[in-house]
Ligand binder design. Structure first.
Ligand code: PDD
Length: 277
């Protein structure tokens, strides 16, 4: 008999349940999305679905009907009845005995959770503390894959330093993005962020921040930022679905901005809020 062991329990390997054989668990072989609702309205659903479709194509998981994913999200959101909800979902390539080369006949697994987004108003007033960490990730971070170990290690390092987020720095000393957020700095009245590339997630919040900047007549410059430049920035803020625009008060050992949020960040927060009504 082929044997499996789950904690102290010995089982017939042929009897183990599908979740234990999920390729997401063995290989991080899957892709995910995080979206949210504001006051009962899901924000940017189609943007997230379009990115999810790109992620699926990027890892060659085929045969997924995006309309069906949309219906599942709406059905679960309806059932949850949480006005300010975080919606997480992923698809893995499927469940099968461990083999790097997948059996292409296996059925992908879908998983979704909906939870309440707590009160984060304090982070908008006090700002985040962030610390830098080497960007140890693979070269296709535009794909929102389940391979998040470097992001996890970065966040653990930030937490040890009393920080709220880790800012990833590539081998040339340029900031790519946060461990789970997009990164922006303001210089001389302009907003600056790294250009989108294979190594950066095309953040949905970034798209709306750029739109807000356009509405406000603030230039949005897509040019990489070094750590030294960031320390001297007039303002720094992060963009992430769950909290949209978050001011940064401290970057490594440098205090950022005289006021938190800085004036551009404050304008962006109110402009962004208009999109969510
Ligand atoms: N993370 N960059 C990375 C590496 C991210 O993980 C995220 C979001 C972002 C911001 O993307 P968006 O604006 O589309 O949320 C940028 C999600 C929330 C997460 O992994 O939980």
């Amino acid at each position: 008999m082929n044997v499996a062991m789950i904690d102290d329990r010995i089982l017939d390997a042929n009897q183990i349940e599908r979740p234990y054989l999920d390729r997401g668990l063995y290989f991080g072989d899957g892709v995910y999305e995080v979206l949210r609702s504001y006051n009962g309205k899901i924000f940017a659903l189609e943007d997230h679905l379009a990115r999810f479709k790109d992620s699926l194509a990027g890892v060659e998981i085929g045969g997924i009907d995006i309309d069906r994913i949309r219906s599942r999200i709406l059905k679960a959101f309806d059932a949850a009845k949480i006005p300010n909800a975080k919606i997480y979902f992923h698809i893995t390539r499927g469940s099968a005995p461990r083999d790097h080369n997948p059996d292409l006949k296996i059925k992908p697994n879908f998983f979704l959770t909906i939870s309440e987004i707590g009160d984060y108003s304090k982070s908008k007033i006090n700002g985040y503390k962030v610390s830098t960490y080497p960007d140890l990730r693979w070269k296709m971070c535009r794909i929102k894959s389940l391979n998040l170990l470097p992001n996890v290690l970065a966040r653990m390092d930030a937490a040890k330093k009393g920080c709220d987020e880790a800012i990833l720095v590539d081998e040339e000393g340029f900031i790519t993005e946060g461990a789970s957020s997009a990164f922006f700095a303001c210089f001389g009245g302009n907003i600056q962020t790294a250009p989108t590339s294979a190594n950066i997630l095309p953040s949905i919040t970034r798209k709306y921040i750029s739109k807000a900047a356009r509405n406000l007549g603030i230039s949005f410059v897509e040019k990489s930022i070094t750590v030294e430049q960031a320390k001297r920035a007039d303002e720094i803020f992060l963009g992430v679905t769950t909290k949209d625009v978050i001011p940064v008060a401290r970057f490594d050992d440098a205090a950022i901005s005289d006021t938190v949020p800085g004036s551009i960040t404050a304008k962006l927060i109110s402009e962004f809020e208009k999109f969510t009504r």
